[in-house]
Design a protein around this ligand. Structure first.
Ligand SMILES: [Zn+2]
Length: 316
């Protein structure tokens, strides 16, 4: 099977930050879910790479983000093999060529500290998608596990506008429910949830309820189903068939052209059996082919992300 794949979330950069000895380009590297050779073997054409600071860093600084971007260029990007995707043209070139694309994203805008300059610098460095929070609250907004359950602050709302003006896409995956709806009300652009499943099937707080899913669908956003076992099933073992039921559910709400993938590989310590690393996207494809047409499967695996990014990345 040669269906191209686009994966909207992984935490490889966190593992490389934590352990400089890990080698993304070593085919035998056993400490990563996502390696260059696995991406290649699975026909992954574009991988999102999250800048996510470890929880032990209690005072996030902008130069931490710069360290991650440096790691991407030194340890992940490799001439002729993997390159940064910043523009629509880059996207077209990687989809049609031999190289794999890497899209830089930020998960948790804590160290931007409401600075439009820092936001612009990240844009200049190629960051194209930002989740304003991780699970807790910061200057911009509250995340889903923040006990006060607030939404966006005044500064957070101007950040939404800055991102929209620059062309940085916004990610609702970790936002609190109030923040999700603030984003929906404040952002003129479509937004996405890169790694969340359907709460109707699994009640984890990181999953999205039907009203949220319908809003993302109506706004032509994207929903990245994620391979985190406890976001797939509660109280019983997760399976690839169970993951496909989340796709079925989003499709039943009208989202067949909005479903994308956001594996969360290298951000998880439990895996769905058979879907344990980036070399196994074909297992998901096999299961999807039992239920969906060729065009629909291609949509879920890559085309739905492609159409979205093609519309929203800067032309050059
Ligand atoms: Zn996450």
């Amino acid at each position: 099977m040669k269906t191209p794949v686009i994966d909207g979330h992984c935490d490889v950069l966190l593992k490389l930050y934590n352990n400089p000895a890990i080698d993304f380009h070593d085919p035998k590297e056993g400490r990563l879910d996502v390696t260059y050779s696995r991406l290649r073997g699975s026909h992954v054409k574009l991988q999102f790479f999250a800048i996510y600071l470890p929880e032990r860093i209690t005072e996030a600084r902008f130069d931490h983000y710069l360290e991650y971007i440096d790691i991407f260029h030194r340890q992940v990007e490799r001439q002729g093999k993997l390159r940064l995707v910043r523009t629509r043209l880059d996207l077209e070139e990687v989809m049609g060529g031999q190289e794999i694309g890497g899209l830089l994203t930020l998960e948790g805008a804590d160290a931007l500290n409401a600075s439009p300059l820092y936001t612009r610098i990240l844009y200049h460095l190629g960051v194209r998608l930002i989740g304003p929070t991780w699970n807790y609250g910061n200057w911009a907004a509250d995340g889903i596990l923040e006990p006060r359950r607030g939404g966006f602050s005044r500064k957070g709302k101007s950040f939404i506008k800055d991102c929209g003006d620059l062309g940085i896409l916004l990610d609702a995956s970790h936002l609190s429910v109030a923040s999700f709806w603030d984003l929906a009300a404040s952002s003129p652009r479509p937004f996405v949830a890169t790694h969340s499943n359907a709460k109707a099937l699994c009640g984890h707080p990181r999953n999205l309820d039907d009203r949220q899913l319908e809003e993302l669908i109506r706004r032509d956003g994207r929903i990245g189903v994620t391979f985190v076992p406890y976001f797939v099933e509660s109280g019983k073992p997760a399976s690839i068939a169970g993951l496909v039921r989340h796709i079925d559910h989003i499709c039943s709400l009208g989202g067949v052209d909005r479903v994308v993938l956001g594996s969360d590989f290298d951000g998880i310590s439990e895996w769905i059996p058979g879907l344990e690393h980036a070399g196994q996207f074909n297992r998901l494809e096999e299961e999807l082919r039992k239920h969906y047409t060729e065009a629909q499967v291609t949509g879920f695996l890559s085309r739905n992300w492609y159409t979205f990014l093609h519309s929203h990345l800067p032309p050059f």
